[in-house]
Design a binder for this molecule. Sequence first.
Ligand SMILES: [Fe+2]
Length: 221
Amino acid sequence: MNIDLHAHILPKADHGSDSVETSLKQVDLAREAGIDLLAATPHFYPSTDTAEAFLERRQRCLAELRSRLGQDAPQILPGAEVQLCRGIDHLQQIRQLCYEGTNVILLELPGDFRFKQFERSIESLQYDCGLTVVFAHVDRYPELAEPLMDAGYLGQLNASSLCSLFKKKRLYRWIEQGSIVALGSDIHGTKTGYSEFLRAQKNLGSLYDEIMSRSRRLLSK
Ligand SMILES: [Fe+2]
């Protein structure tokens, strides 16, 4: 089973897709690449948006897309790419921001991230709220993500980080130690499509299947 846990495919939910036609093209590219389960993870920025407005928008955009999907389309799983901020653990709707039907939340690090300053909020999400925290595209900020991976938190890699034949040692170390539990296309628009996902799959070899197994287990939490 091929799972993409990070994609911006909902029409006008964020800057990932400007129309339902673009979204349908994105879903079609995913289908062609053999993706079975495609998470729709629009950005949620707590500093400029409310959870109520975000959830209403996501629902509306998802319904619009689903009404146009073909029968052979991948399964779409609603989620969110939630920007971490201090106090986010107190957000009333925090569970509704998880991948639907799970206690798993995808968090994006803010530009001013420092582990010590955000540690309390992250710990509270994980231990007080009982969520499983997965950090989005940790390949983008490996230095910032390193203390999180060391502390036992989980991460998602963008497929684009695994395309080169030159293996990035740190990313492979995280995969081998079990920290990486998901891959994502992080697709915005249709230009890059799924070619990177397919290349990453090829480069990872058996590690790809291992990550997909971890994603399946993750979604059963
Ligand atoms: Fe993203």
